[in-house]
Design a protein around this ligand. Structure first.
Ligand code: GTP
Length: 597
C-alpha cells in the first residue's frame, strides 16, 4: 500500500466511554468481518477483560476502507490498554501510530484517565480527532462536553464528531475524519529495516506473536531478524495482518502494522518498544527511549491448601510466560509455608493475575499485604532494595529509608472535593494544584505510593460515590521516617501481616489492625493477645477472650440436623483458616486487617 493511503490510529477513552463498541462499529461499517461473525466486542479477546470491561492486552485490526474521494485506504487501529498500570505500554503503542480518536462519553465528560492517555497522545505528536459518543442518550450534552475538552485538555473541539456507537450514527463521518484529518505515515522503503515491537503475546499454536510497526524498509517471510535491545536473532516464519482474524501476507512495508512469528518461546524474550532490524545490513540506529517496564508493587501469594503449592508454581510459570512485566520468586514464610513473592505493574495488574490463578487454575490463595520497593540506606553507605517488609535489615545497621512517591491527578465533582482532599491529606499527601472546569475540580497531589497500594481506589470511589476518576505517575524516591510494624498473635509474629508504615501513623494503624483482627479471628479455648509492635516495643494491644460455650450448645441438644449443619459450617470455615502456633486465622483476615477506614 502507498504510504499516502495508510492511516494508523489508536482510540483514547476512559473505561466505559465506548472504545470497544466504537471499534466494533468501524469494523462492521467497513465489512471487515461478516456481520454474522461479529461477536460483541471483537477487540476484547480475553474472558477476564470482557467480564471486567477492561482492555488489558493491546490488540489491533486492519480495516480496508473506500473513502468518499473514491480512493482505497488501509486504516490500522491499535487498541491500547486503558488503565494506569499499563501506562508504559500505552506510551509505546502511541508511538506506533500518527493519530488518535479521543472518545468521550457525552453524558459524562472528561475523566482523569482520559487526560493521562490524551497527554501521551499529544507527547507522541498525534493529530487528535474528538468523538462525542452516546448521543442517543437523553443525558447527552454536546456543548458542555466539547467546552470541557477545550478547557481541560486544551485542544480544539470545534470539529468534534457526534456519534452513537450503539445506533451507528456518525460512524461514516468518523471514518472520513480519520482519512481527512489524520496524517499518513512517513518512512523510507529503501532504507535498512527498522521496525518497532509494539506488543507481543503467547499463542498455543504459533508461539509468541509479535506485533510490529514498520518504520523503514521491508520485512519478509524467511528474513533473519535481530532484536536490538538484547541482540537475539530469529528466523521469521510468518508475516501477516489482523482483519481482525490473522491473515498471512508476503511482506510488510513502511507505515504498515502487522505481526510476525519466529519460533519465539517466551513473551519475556520480546520487549515492548524494542527495535527490530535485519541480522545482516540492518540499521544501527535504534528507536529512542526504550526501557523495559518494571514491577512496582509486590506481594506474597500462598496457596490456602499447602498441597497445592506445585499447582501454584505451574500456574505462575504459565502466566509469566505471557506477561513480561509480572515477576516472581519463591518465598517461604514461617506462617504461610511455601509460596511466591510476586511483582506487578500496579494494583489492577495484581488483581487480574490473582483472579486468573483462582479461577483458571482453581487455586485458593492467601495474598499478603502489597508492598512497594523501599530504598534502605545502610550505615556503611550501601543501598538495599526492600521488596518485602519481612526482609527489613536490622535497624542498628540502617541509616535511613526512602520510599517511592507519585503524582496523582483526581477529577471530581465539586460536592465531593472536601472528602477527596481529606482522604489525600490522611494519606500523607501534599497538594500541588487545584483547578476548576465547569462543576468539576481537578486536584493534583504528591503522595507516597505505599499509602495508595492498600485501598486508596476503593476509598476514593466510596467517598465520591464512584464519581471521581484517578490516575498517577511515579515521580521518584524521597526520605521519610518509615518503620516496620509487626503483628503478634498469641505472642507469635505473623510475618504476612508485617507492613512498613510512617512512624507518626504506626500507632493508629496498629490499633486499627488489632481491633479488626479481634473481630476476624474466632475465639479459641484460651485467651489470645493480639499486639502490634515496632522492634521490641508493643504499640497496641487487644485481647480476644476465651471461648466459653460450645457453638452447638444453643441448640438445646435437641435438633440433630441443625447441630450437624452448624458443625459442617464450622468445618467449612476451618478449611479457609491458617494455623499460627495454636491459633487459627481465617484467610479474609489477611486482607481485611490491612484496609484502613
Ligand atoms: P473498556 O473496554 O472497559 O475500556 O470500555 P470501553 O470504553 O471499550 O466501553 P464499551 O465499548 O465496553 O462501552 C461501555 C458501555 O457503554 C457498554 O455497555 C456499551 O454498550 C455502552 N455504549 C457504548 N457506546 C454507546 C452509545 O453510543 N450509546 C449507548 N447508549 N451506549 C453505548
Amino acid at each position: 500500500t502507498e504510504l499516502s493511503n495508510i492511516r494508523n490510529f489508536s482510540i483514547v477513552a476512559h473505561i466505559d466511554h465506548g472504545k470497544s463498541t466504537l471499534a466494533d462499529r468501524l469494523i462492521q461499517e467497513t465489512n471487515t468481518v461478516a456481520t454474522r461473525d461479529m461477536k460483541e466486542q471483537m477487540l476484547d479477546s480475553m474472558d477476564i477483560e470482557r467480564e471486567r470491561g477492561i482492555t488489558i492486552k493491546a490488540n489491533t485490526v486492519r480495516i480496508d476502507y473506500r473513502a468518499d474521494d473514491g480512493q482505497d485506504y488501509v486504516l490500522n487501529l491499535i487498541d491500547t490498554p486503558g488503565h494506569v498500570d499499563f501506562a508504559y505500554e500505552v506510551s509505546r503503542s502511541m508511538r506506533a501510530v500518527e493519530g488518535s480518536l479521543l472518545v468521550v462519553d457525552s453524558t459524562q465528560g472528561v475523566e482523569a484517565q482520559t487526560l493521562a492517555n490524551v497527554y501521551q497522545a499529544i507527547d507522541a505528536d498525534h493529530e487528535i480527532v474528538p468523538v462525542l459518543n452516546k448521543i442517543d442518550l437523553p443525558a447527552s450534552d454536546l456543548d458542555r462536553v466539547a467546552e470541557q475538552i477545550e478547557d481541560v485538555i486544551g485542544i480544539d473541539a470545534s470539529g468534534a464528531i457526534p456519534v452513537s456507537a450503539k445506533t451507528g450514527q456518525g460512524i461514516h463521518e468518523t471514518l472520513e475524519a480519520i482519512v481527512q484529518h489524520l496524517p499518513a505515515p512517513k518512512g523510507d522503503p529503501d532504507a535498512p529495516l527498522k521496525a518497532m515491537l509494539v506488543d507481543s503475546w503467547y499463542d498455543a499454536y504459533l508461539g509468541v506473536i509479535v506485533l510490529v510497526r514498520i518504520i523503514d524498509g521491508h520485512l519478509k517471510k524467511g528474513d533473519r531478524i535481530k532484536f536490538m535491545s538484547n541482540n537475539t536473532t530469529h528466523h521469521v516464519d510468518r508475516i501477516g495482518v489482523f482483519k481482525p482474524a490473522m491473515a498471512e501476507i508476503d511482506r510488510l512495508g513502511p507505515g504498515e502494522i502487522g505481526f510476525l512469528t519466529a519460533s519465539i518461546k517466551q513473551v519475556r524474550d520480546t520487549r515492548v518498544g524494542d527495535t527490530i532490524t535485519h541480522e545482516k545490513h540492518g540499521t544501527t540506529d535504534a528507536l529512542p527511549g526504550f526501557k523495559p517496564s518494571q514491577p512496582v508493587v509486590f506481594c506474597g501469594l500462598f496457596p490456602v491448601d499447602s498441597a497445592q503449592f506445585e499447582d501454584l508454581r505451574d500456574a505462575i510459570e504459565k502466566l509469566a510466560l505471557n506477561d513480561a512485566s509480572f515477576s516472581y520468586e519463591m518465598e517461604t514464610s514461617a506462617a504461610l509455608g511455601f509460596g511466591f513473592r510476586c511483582g506487578f505493574l500496579g494494583l489492577l495488574h495484581l488483581e487480574v493475575i490473582r483472579d486468573r490463578i483462582e479461577r483458571e487454575y482453581d487455586i485458593e490463595l492467601i495474598t499478603t499485604a502489597p508492598s512497594v520497593i523501599y530504598h534502605v540506606y545502610m550505615r556503611d553507605g550501601s543501598m538495599v532494595e526492600l521488596h518485602n517488609p519481612a526482609d527489613m535489615p536490622d535497624l542498628t545497621h540502617v541509616d535511613h529509608l526512602e520510599e517511592p512517591r507519585i503524582k496523582a491527578t483526581i477529577l471530581v465533582p465539586d460536592e465531593y472535593l472536601g472528602d477527596v482532599l481529606k482522604l489525600c491529606q490522611d494519606r500523607r499527601g501534599i497538594q500541588e494544584d487545584l483547578t476548576y472546569a465547569g462543576s468539576r475540580a481537578m486536584v493534583v497531589y504528591d503522595l507516597p505510593l505505599n499509602e495508595v497500594v492498600f485501598d486508596f481506589y476503593d476509598r476514593l470511589k466510596s467517598v465520591t460515590k464512584g464519581y471521581a476518576s484517578f490516575d498517577y505517575q511515579m515521580t521518584g524516591y524521597r526520605e521519610d521516617f518509615l518503620v516496620k510494624m509487626q503483628i503478634l498473635v498469641n505472642d507469635e509474629p505473623v510475618d504476612a501481616l508485617s507492613i512498613m508504615v510512617h512512624r507518626d501513623r504506626a500507632e493508629q494503624r496498629g490499633r486499627a489492625m488489632c481491633e479488626k483482627l479481634k473481630d476476624l479471628i474466632p475465639r479459641h479455648m484460651f485467651k489470645i493477645p493480639i499486639q502490634a509492635a515496632i522492634g521490641g516495643r508493643i504499640i497496641a494491644r487487644e485481647t480476644l477472650a476465651a471461648l466459653r460455650k460450645d457453638v452447638t450448645a444453643k441448640c438445646y441438644g435437641g435438633d440433630a440436623t441443625r447441630k450437624r449443619k452448624l458443625l459442617d459450617k464450622q468445618k467449612a470455615g476451618k478449611k479457609k483458616m491458617r494455623q499460627f502456633g495454636k491459633v487459627d486465622i481465617p484467610q479474609e483476615a489477611f486482607i481485611s486487617a490491612l484496609k484502613m477506614d
